[in-house]
Design a protein around this ligand. Structure first.
Ligand SMILES: Nc1ncnc2c1ncn2[C@@H]1O[C@H](COP(=O)(O)OP(=O)(O)OP(=O)(O)O)[C@@H](O)[C@H]1O
Length: 982
């Protein structure tokens, strides 16, 4: 143990030298003045940062023992996560809080326990009289409680018997072990024993920022137990484990190392294990600690946490495993440069001292984001005549620096990009909410990168309605840089926005009665926390508060339409119930009327047409009875309801039935069911093999959407078709043409045992997009096709939600096949001629993506026209374009945004050089579903109905055939390959 004896309290006063100390005696007026000055200077003291934080530990979240236990654990967990993420390792973190009794603690530090001799000396001493009084009071309380219980009234908890004193302190050994980067051996003492030292000061999103957290834990341990901190650490590939035991010299703010050595690393372990023994209070902060862990598990679903609480009493012990839910981490945020709007004078000066650039032009261009060369030249021109591009940057005077700073504040700069940020991802947020709250409805929204004072930030929000263990009213969950914020909720921008700036009732949400979960996660290179405790974000930054408000409103809007749909569905159910209720009366009334008419003596001239006469005869002969009408009416109500349900499903673009393969874990199936219910409240969900059998046996299910991993879809579609269901299958049609060919021959060989041939449709929206439908018509006016270009620069990377589904990454042909079918479908639709041959070269550049991720292909159509197909799966500047050049004109389709809507810009240039531009917003999946529903309804009426050819499974299989040929050609270094005909 450290014997240096410095303590926070004892080390605060460092005297400045004074005249008195120098031994000179004050004399006369001059000397009395000198003595006054000496007195003044004697008041001057300095403090080290460590001393400051030891004295003001509350501002770092160490307010009392309970909060200190919480903050210590939190700081260690956040460091562990930062560390694993910094080397792209999926975090595996173990946290242990071990309670140490006072006796044990005393033994640990070699202090002999002593029995009390003079009881009256202690704060919790109770005189005999006071004891009698307390016992009498307790007895009265017990009596009242018993009476209340007998009357069924609420029973209050007995007040804890409290002594006057602070009682015995409780001690805890807090250990946090991770699998992260570890720390360089020689840096450990400074990293963990010097306040305001760290590796996270750069411009990048990290949980830690100040270089303070772990040191505060050490300061608290020094203040409460006097024990040092122990660190084990090893970096990847390091043959040894660094072991370090240290504490901090608070007075000097330097580490005081007790032991620092290298030990054998037999298991090739890398990471860090930090252990600290502190005073704490588990009872008061147990729930906060567990909440924190749970909320961290929600926002960090790719991490695995093992939390243990150990104590001498086994019933208090706790082990909670927060399992990993996905193995895809948010992208690593990139280090960025300063944005000119975000720098102050001091920072400009520092950048000038540190820069390697010689002149002003280079300095502006290279030390800041969003200043290009020409922009820098314009800025220098604006600074005035005493500035020039070539002037030495280090020679700038103070006034000139002020001028630059003033210009930076006034000039307009493009906003910084968000690639230095690492948001949780809307998909993960949504899954996290569903897992933790099991809500009835949930909506999420992620803002695009925005900016405050030159700092980029992203707001992600989610709102849930209903669920398990959710209180009525608003339940607010706040996150900053993916850290849960649990304290000081009241003044936080998220709380204030949710409470004051959202008019919940206008979205049909009842703020008092509904169980509302509000989740907001803000990520930024600079989170404007109030205080160093990282507990809340102030409400004074307009950009942030309006971004939070807008994200919440977006969620509310989504919820409103879901709530309205839910109400409509309920109305539909009520209408059906009411109609059914009246059927017996209506059937009876019709029957009575018809009976009366039939009983009348036949008129001289026929009053009714032939059909009616026949009906009356059937009534007379009792071939038609009241039951006949009941059955007809019941069937009619069923049919109308069924059609309305289909129409409803079609409008909301949802699957007609959802199911999962048996091997999917129950939890995933349940989560999928919840998601489905979220969109269609009335949906019935079934899963596993039994669910599948039920769906196949259910005669009321006419059509099935198969939306599964690409590897299993064909098998399941065939199963469904065999059961007589019409099928719409998600793309791609198959993994290979061989699979498609076999499947088609099985489908074609089905005996016609059904009243109709089940339709096998493939969901390919590109064949239904208005832009392609209209462009196909324009192709008639471009004369003979001369050449074709298809350029696809996609944006598939690990932050894309589609990347998360491992089946896509495991696909042979990777994303080229999975995504590529859309672009080939678009091409084939546009040119109206089949691709006959291809010659391609592919590459694998981005190793995070499955191979290949780039392909460049030359193709020839059956009509002789040639073209190029260039596809980069992950590009920095996404672009999607089809262009066909003809002898009389050109048609071009390009993906774009118009008036906030995503869609396609279609350009038609004709012979007379006129250019016609039309923007077609996306139709999404609506059109293809509409066609499928129409086909089902027609096929059920007319067994010979010809289904929409654009939806045909064969079309989808042809798209696969083209890509397969391209991949085959690239495997043969560009050899010419014939596309298989299907
Ligand atoms: N588990 C760990 N693995 C690797 N390095 C660590 C670990 N814990 C701490 N460090 C290193 O020690 C430094 C100081 O950590 P400390 O918690 O004091 O501050 P910080 O995390 O940088 O910032 P903040 O005070 O905002 O949390 C970190 O910047 C990091 O370099």
């Amino acid at each position: 143990m450290d014997a240096s004896g410095d303590s926070a309290a004892g080390a605060t006063k460092r005297k400045a030298p004074s005249a008195a100390a120098a031994g000179s005696k004050p004399k006369g007026k001059a000397t009395s003045k000198a003595s006054a000055t000496a007195k003044e200077s004697s008041l001057l003291k300095q403090k080290s940062p460590a001393e400051f934080f030891a004295e003001n530990k509350n501002i770092a979240g160490f307010d009392n023992p309970g909060k200190s236990l919480y903050t210590t654990m939190r700081e260690l967990v956040e460091n562990a996560l930062d560390s694993a993420e910094s080397i792209s390792v999926i975090p595996d973190i173990e946290i242990t809080l071990e309670e140490i009794t006072k006796n044990k603690f005393n033994t640990m530090i070699g202090l002999v326990d002593r029995d009390r001799i003079d009881e009256e000396l202690y704060d919790d001493f109770e005189s005999t009289k006071a004891r009698e009084k307390r016992l009498a009071k307790e007895a009265r309380f017990q009596e009242t409680q018993a009476k209340n219980a007998a009357l069924g009234k609420k029973v209050k908890e007995a007040p804890a018997a409290r002594g006057k004193g602070r009682g015995d302190a409780a001690f805890f050994r807090v250990t946090c072990k991770d699998n992260g980067r570890g720390m360089p051996h020689d840096d450990i003492p400074n990293m963990l024993g010097r306040v305001l030292s760290g590796t996270k000061y750069g411009l990048r999103q990290t949980r830690g920022k100040f270089g303070l957290g772990a040191k505060m834990a050490l300061i608290w341990s020094k203040m409460s137990t006097g024990l040092p901190i122990e660190i084990k650490s090893s970096m990847k590939g390091q043959k040894f484990i660094s072991f370090c035991r240290l504490d901090i010299d608070i007075h000097k703010n330097v580490p005081h190392v007790h032991l620092h050595e290298k030990r054998e690393n037999k298991d090739h372990w890398h990471g860090a294990e930090i252990q600290v023994i502190i005073e704490g209070n588990w009872t008061t902060h147990r729930s906060k600690i567990l909440h924190y862990m749970r909320q961290m598990a929600v926002i960090t679903p790719y991490a695995q946490f093992l939390f243990r609480f150990l104590s001498d009493s086994a019933d208090k012990n706790l082990t909670i495993q927060f399992a990993r839910r996905t193995d895809v981490m948010p992208p690593i945020p990139l280090q960025t440069k300063h944005h000119p709007s975000a720098v102050d004078l001091l920072l400009i000066k520092r950048l000038i001292t540190e820069t390697t650039k010689q002149n002003l032009l280079q300095f502006l261009q290279h030390e800041f984001v969003n200043i290009s060369k020409s922009h820098a030249e314009r800025l220098i021109g604006e600074m005035g005549p005493d500035f020039s591009a070539k002037m030495t940057v280090k020679s700038l005077t103070s006034q000139q620096l002020v001028r630059i700073h003033q210009l930076f504040r006034q000039a307009k700069f493009d906003d910084p990009s968000g690639n230095c940020l690492s948001p949780a991802g809307e998909y993960n947020l949504r899954l996290g909410i569903i897992k933790e709250l099991h809500p009835d409805l949930v909506a999420t929204h992620a803002s695009s990168p925005q900016v405050f004072e030159g700092h980029p930030f992203i707001v992600e929000a989610g709102i849930s309605i209903g669920g398990k263990d959710v209180k009525h009213g608003l339940n607010i969950f706040r996150y900053a840089n993916r850290i849960p914020l649990l304290f000081e909720q009241g003044a936080d921008v998220i709380t204030r926005t949710a409470l004051k700036r959202i008019n919940w009732s206008s979205y049909k949400i009842n703020q008092q009665q509904d169980k509302i979960g509000v989740f907001v996660s803000i990520v930024s290179t600079k989170i404007p926390f109030k205080g160093t405790g990282k507990e809340y974000i102030g409400d004074d930054i307009t950009e942030i508060s309006s971004a939070v408000q807008s994200a919440l409103k977006q969620c509310c809007l989504q919820l409103k339409s879901k709530i309205v749909k839910k109400l409509q569905a309920r109305e539909r159910q009520d209408r059906k119930r009411n109609l059914n209720r009246y059927i017996p009366d209506v059937a009876r009334a019709i029957m009575d009327t018809l009976g009366e008419i039939a009983d009348e003596s036949p008129p001289k001239r026929p009053r009714y047409d032939k059909e009616d006469e026949e009906l009356l005869e059937k009534v007379n002969s009792q071939e038609v009875t009241e039951m006949t009408f009941r059955d007809c009416l019941t069937q009619h109500v069923e049919q109308v309801d069924y059609e309305m349900a289909l129409e409803y499903a079609m409008q909301s673009g949802e699957a007609l039935e959802c199911f999962h393969k048996g091997e999917i874990p129950l939890e995933s199936a349940a989560a999928a069911a919840e998601l489905a219910r979220d969109f269609a409240p009335e949906i019935e969900c079934r899963w596993g093999d039994a669910g599948l059998e039920e769906i196949m046996a259910d005669r009321s299910i006419a059509g099935v959407a198969v939306v599964l991993a690409g590897q299993v879809q064909v098998e399941l579609s065939l199963k469904m078709l065999k059961a007589g269901k019409h099928v719409i299958q998600e793309k791609p049609a198959s993994e290979s043409t061989t699979e498609a060919e076999t499947a088609l021959s099985v489908y074609n060989s089905f005996p016609s045992q059904f009243p109709y041939k089940p339709i096998w449709a493939l969901a390919e929206n590109y064949r239904f997009e208005p832009a392609f439908v209209e462009s196909r018509k324009l192709m008639n006016d471009i004369g003979d096709m001369m050449n074709i270009q298809v350029i696809i620069e996609g944006s598939m990377n690990s932050s894309n939600p589609y990347f998360n589904s491992s089946w896509r990454r495991n696909f042979v042909g990777g994303f080229i096949l999975d995504m590529g079918v859309h672009f080939i479908a678009g091409l084939r639709m546009l040119v109206g001629s089949e691709i006959a041959t291809v010659s391609s070269i592919s590459r694998h550049v981005d190793k995070a993506l499955p191979p290949p991720d780039n392909i460049c292909s030359l193709f020839q159509l059956e009509n002789g026209c040639a073209g190029v197909f260039v596809f980069a799966v992950n590009s920095r500047s996404p672009k999607i374009l089809w262009r066909v050049d003809g002898t009389k004109g050109t048609v071009q389709i390009e993906r774009g945004i118009d008036s906030g809507k995503h869609g396609y810009q279609v350009l038609f240039s004709s012979e007379n050089a006129q250019c016609q531009k039309t923007f077609y917003p996306f139709c999404g999946v609506n059109e293809e579903l509409k066609a499928f529903v129409h086909d089902i309804l027609q096929a059920n009426k007319d067994g010979g109905h010809k289904a929409e050819p654009r939806s045909s499974y064969v079309e989808g299989a042809r798209d696969v055939a083209v890509l397969e040929a391209m991949l085959e050609s690239s495997a043969k270094q560009g050899a010419l390959v014939q596309v298989k005909k299907l």
